[in-house]
Design a protein around this ligand. Structure first.
Ligand SMILES: Cc1cc2nc3c(=O)[nH]c(=O)nc-3n(C[C@H](O)[C@H](O)[C@H](O)COP(=O)(O)OP(=O)(O)OC[C@H]3O[C@@H](n4cnc5c(N)ncnc54)[C@H](O)[C@@H]3O)c2cc1C
Length: 440
């Protein structure tokens, strides 16, 4: 078999892989990036965060992003006010996060980043799947590749970055991947025309709704399309028993406020997709000569749209690490430990909100935000992805946790009653026989 040589081999052509490939190629390294699919290929994960924007500035893709994205000024959540929702405007965040982000079709966005990495010098190959990896030494990794035309070849790389997403190629191979014991979720979603957008300046918001089995999103995409989906416990989704399309509509109807915006909506291509239980973690981020990037390392839950941001910011920091480690190998282990600590710290801060997002206490606090001690602004910063470096934000997030605990203890009986009431209500709606599908 023919063997090629490179400095860095990147598995995966998603946002994590393309960010790392682009930055390392720009530094002058010989980079090969392998993607088993062909761009543009479908992917879920359409809502970006403001903290992504400085990374795209540094990558040099802001103009390309503006051309394919819908301007996203904030995130809105249901509220007990006249219009039925509160917008958490990114412009009100504490700290230095940008005042907006974008919503994108992932097939266009991922292709744009992949092509950009090529423009910066990475050797990006589509339809090339990594099938095996053998590490012979810290700077000698052999990677077996199969193309979709049936050819096989081998690459010898000084460094391997695994950005293979939820396939988690290396973590699966080394048995590093663990299911998250605290959090299980699955998703069902589709893309619609004629869904109702928020009025005026809120038109580009992501909208988040709750229902007793999880939460739902509405993400406005280019050309009047709306991405709509529900994240729920896997056992809830199992009840669909082959009725995937009907099940999505029945689920959306459980929240009347969301359903009101969907009454005239039509599914594009009649296609409803489902993803299985996807909350997992890896026991370590890498070893000498290899590292995990983005979803290949860890993924929790999409509720705060943090996946692409964590993948690209992790990729940017990993690229800097690899550049330094190739020049100064003695620093590598320490740099890896430091980066892993940092990334896990950010994940833990998101996880506090994610694990409790459906609890009545969290619902109450999101529906009735108060800016005492700038806590609401701290939460907006978290929604913007700014929870790594700003002490102002981290202090507000600690205060929020304290308030959450006090509220929970003081009102637990009320919350519990409310939760049971909502579950009963949802069950009766769901088994009522008169499914919304008939009306669509
Ligand atoms: C239901 C749901 C909704 C979500 N919504 C959002 C959202 O609104 N906003 C957000 O930021 N995130 C969201 N996410 C998360 C987001 O999809 C991911 O976090 C993000 O795509 C991670 O990027 P990545 O580059 O790490 O992996 P990916 O984007 O998954 O890219 C990995 C690539 O590697 C390729 N690959 C895999 N194995 C191999 C191999 N052996 N050889 C070659 N190539 C390979 C794959 O084909 C793929 O193209 C959501 C996730 C889910 C499940």
């Amino acid at each position: 078999m023919q063997t090629e040589q490179c400095d860095v081999l990147v598995i995966g052509g998603g946002p994590g892989g393309s960010t790392a490939a682009a930055l390392l190629a720009r530094k002058g390294h010989k980079v090969i990036q392998l993607e088993k699919a062909h761009h543009p290929r479908f992917h879920i994960g359409e809502s970006l965060l403001p903290m992504n924007m400085p990374i795209y500035e540094r990558l040099g893709v802001m103009d390309k992003l503006k051309a394919i994205g819908v301007y996203k000024p904030g995130a809105d959540f249901e509220a007990d006010n006249e219009r039925g929702y509160n917008t958490y405007l990114f412009a009100r965040a504490l700290g230095d996060s940008p005042g907006h982000a974008f919503q994108v079709w992932r097939q266009d966005f991922d292709k744009m980043l992949f092509d950009h990495a090529r423009e910066l010098g990475a050797d990006g190959r589509e339809g090339h799947e990594v099938t095996a990896v053998e590490q012979r030494g810290p700077r000698d990794t052999r990677i077996d590749v199969k193309t979709d035309e049936g050819q096989s070849y081998q690459v010898q790389a000084r460094y391997l970055l695994d950005a293979s997403g939820r396939d988690a190629f290396m973590a699966s191979k080394h048995k590093l991947r663990k299911k998250n014991p605290r959090h299980q979720s699955a998703a069902i979603f589709g893309h619609f025309r004629n869904a109702e957008f928020r009025p005026g300046k809120d038109a580009g918001n992501i909208s988040i709704y709750n229902f007793p089995y999880g939460w739902m999103w509405m993400i406005p995409l280019p050309d009047g399309v709306m991405s709509v989906g529900a994240v729920c416990r896997p056992d809830y989704l199992k009840q669909r028993q082959g009725r995937t399309r009907e099940f999505l509509f029945e689920t959306l109807k459980v929240n009347p406020a969301l359903w009101k915006r969907m009454e005239k909506a039509e599914l594009i291509d009649d296609e409803v997709r489902v993803t299985g239980n996807y909350s997992y973690d890896s026991t370590k981020i890498g070893g000498l000569g290899w590292m995990l990037v983005g979803d290949a390392f860890v993924f929790l839950d999409p509720v705060f749209s943090s996946g692409v941001y964590l993948a690209t910011s992790g990729a940017e920091q990993t690229a800097a690490l690899v550049d330094e480690a190739l020049a100064y190998p003695e620093r590598e282990a320490r740099l890896q430990r430091k980066l892993e600590r940092r990334l896990r710290g950010g994940m833990r801060r998101f996880a506090f909100f994610i694990y409790r997002f459906n609890s009545p206490v969290m619902q109450h606090l999101f529906r009735n935000p108060r800016n005492t001690w700038q806590i609401e602004q701290g939460v907006i910063s978290m929604l913007a992805g700014d929870l790594f470096d700003s002490w102002k934000v981290r202090l507000r997030l600690y205060l929020f946790r304290a308030i959450y605990t006090v509220y929970g203890i003081r009102h637990w009986r009320d919350w519990y009653r409310e939760h049971r009431y909502r579950m009963r209500q949802a069950r009766s709606q769901f088994t009522g026989g008169n499914t919304p599908v008939d009306k669509v």
